[in-house]
Design a protein around this ligand. Structure first.
Ligand SMILES: [Zn+2]
Ligand SMILES: [Zn+2]
Length: 178
């Protein structure tokens, strides 16, 4: 028997709701029973709160704030630190908008996202797999760095330009005076 979503993978069980065959990645154990990704989503959305979501294994992404976070997702989230709310939109992490709170939000929120972002992104959005999640988060960090470096270079050029203009201005006044 092969997985319903991954015809090349051997199935390890069957969803008790829709009887689809599931591979280790598609399998979610909930209350000791096997579910597929879509049925657990419906179940969690419809009947149970995040608090009762415990003892789950497999792909638990998108199951809400109580969902188990697999090991090895990568801890520090550069995308969250550098792109804050933009990263938040892409990852369904609405806490990231606290970055707009003056002073405290500006200073604290990027760091909260850097350390908690990975967990929140995993819990609040559905990801195909741990690998998919890591790949997307890596892309975010690349963009975060690219944007930060571009901005830093622009700022530097602006400062050099400003300094040059100032020097030029002073030399102009000087020549008039002498
Ligand atoms: Zn199912
Ligand atoms: Zn599968």
């Amino acid at each position: 028997m092969y997985c319903y979503h991954h015809p090349d993978r051997q199935a390890v069980g069957q969803c008790i709701e829709c009887s689809q065959a599931v591979c280790p990645e598609c399998k979610v154990i909930f209350d000791g029973k096997i579910y597929c990704n879509s049925c657990i989503q419906k179940k969690v959305a419809g009947t149970v709160g995040p608090a009762s979501v415990s003892g789950q294994t497999g792909n638990t992404s998108g199951l809400g704030s109580g969902a188990a976070v697999p090991a090895g997702l990568g801890e520090f989230n550069w995308g969250g630190l550098l792109l804050t709310w933009i990263w938040g939109i892409g990852n369904n992490v609405w806490w990231s908008f606290l970055v707009f709170v003056p002073y405290l939000g500006w200073m604290v929120m990027p760091w909260v996202l850097a350390f908690k972002g990975t967990e929140w992104a995993w819990q609040s959005r559905r990801w195909e797999s741990v690998e998919h999640f890591k790949k997307v988060q890596h892309t975010w960090s690349v963009w975060g760095w690219a944007l930060s470096i571009t901005l830093a270079v622009l700022l530097l050029l602006l400062m050099i330009g400003g300094a040059l203009l100032l020097v030029w201005g002073i030399s102009q006044t000087d020549s008039r005076w002498y």
